[in-house]
Design a protein around this ligand. Structure first.
Ligand code: GDP
Length: 360
């Protein structure tokens, strides 16, 4: 705590942490996002599978509002939370590893009725490989037999309302899942009992249908990142930006969806992105974001910006993006920069992206 309050970056110089959602198919990743956003993407998608990467920005006010019952609003220091929605389908392995590489923290979703499943373990391995912090959302608690709904309540408040049988079943499931994690070499514990965060991973019970535990999950994400990642979350002028998707949008031509991890982008900035036929040098025509809380991939109107500070999911329109490559970095060319040097960096970057695709 004291390390946080004495930090020079205390105050308003932090960027939003970037979070991604991982886990086995059907554990409720899409539904969890829908629940915190108040939208229904899951219902509108074939088979409920999220087929594209999107990014949703949750402003701090929203998080404060959602977590007020936990009486912790004074501890919010970051401007918000940017959640990257990673696809749950097996064939999106490359996208998934790309998404997890951008993230400061991940939510690993586990279905309380199913425990650890093959893709849970696959996600765990990716997180370990990348040294990414994560919390575990133990989802679908409402499916415990006899569960009494307490809409959007903090989990301990909801648990107090449950019968002895529900509490027993809950405890049994948690014990089983903690054991399964142990078999994977990980110590885990319910977050409110966890005294050794950092060594022991925290479990937050949730329901994406009735919202129990969602306040706890949001607060834990924000508190944990701002307590342990101050340096990483300190805003810097150096642009760090990754292309997530290349898409043709009616009225805008070929656009790129990017995650701006750090720094600032302006309309009119000269940029370099990697392309199939070599680096593309172009100029940002428009910086667009969806309306707050709505995901990038949900169709609708966009907000235009003169400039955008990190961290944010942004749609960029510019000329010549037809052959841009997803997964590569975006570079900004400043007046004193050597364009040839940046083009070379873009070329090297694309080689590493393409070799990653080959391997998966
Ligand atoms: P994903 O594949 O991980 O994105 O999973 P989805 O979000 O598509 O959810 C899979 C199924 O589980 C859907 O039918 C959801 O309605 C359901 N589901 C998700 N979360 C919950 C939950 O917390 N409780 C219950 N009862 N069902 C859920």
């Amino acid at each position: 705590q004291s390390a946080v309050s004495s930090s020079p970056s205390d105050g308003n110089n932090l960027r939003s942490p970037i979070c991604c959602i991982m886990g086995h198919v059907d554990t409720g990743k899409t539904k969890l996002l829908d629940c915190i956003r108040g939208t229904n993407v899951q219902g509108g998608e074939a088979g409920g599978i999220t087929q594209q990467i999107g990014a949703t920005y949750f402003p701090a006010e929203n998080i404060r509002e959602r977590t007020k019952e936990l009486k912790a609003d004074a501890t919010l220091k970051v401007p918000g939370l940017l959640v990257i929605d990673t696809p749950g389908h097996e064939s999106f392995n490359n996208l998934r590893s790309r998404g997890s590489g951008l993230c400061d923290i991940a939510i690993l979703v586990v279905d309380i009725m199913h425990g650890l499943e093959p893709q849970t373990i696959e996600s765990l391995n990716l997180l370990k490989m990348r040294n990414t912090e994560f919390i575990i959302a133990l989802n679908k608690v409402d499916r415990l037999y006899g569960w009494k709904t307490c809409r959007n309540a903090p989990i301990r408040k909801a648990m107090m309302k449950q019968s002895k049988d529900v509490k027993n079943e809950f405890n049994m499931k948690v014990t089983q899942i903690v054991t399964q994690f142990k078999e994977q070499g990980l110590n885990t514990e319910l977050y409110y009992k966890n005294k050794e965060m950092g060594e022991t991973f925290s479990i937050v019970p949730t329901s994406a249908i009735s919202g129990e535990g969602i306040p706890d999950m949001l607060l834990l994400l924000v508190q944990w990142t701002q307590r342990t990642m101050i340096e990483k979350l300190t805003y810097s002028e150096e642009v760090q930006c990754t292309v997530l998707e290349v898409k043709v949008i009616e009225g805008h031509g070929t656009t790129i969806d990017v995650v701006l991890v750090n720094g600032v982008l302006h309309e009119g900035d000269q940029i370099v992105v990697s392309g199939m036929q070599g680096p593309i040098v172009t100029t940002i025509r428009a910086l667009l974001t969806p309306h707050p809380m709505k995901e990038l991939r949900v169709k609708g109107s966009y907000i235009h910006h003169k400039e955008i500070k990190a961290a944010m999911g942004i749609k960029i329109t510019a000329q010549g993006l037809e052959h841009a490559i997803a997964g590569a970095s975006l570079y900004v060319v400043k007046p004193d920069d050597d364009l040839e040097y940046i083009k070379k960096a873009a070329l090297e970057d694309v080689e590493s992206v393409l070799s990653r695709v080959d391997r998966s």
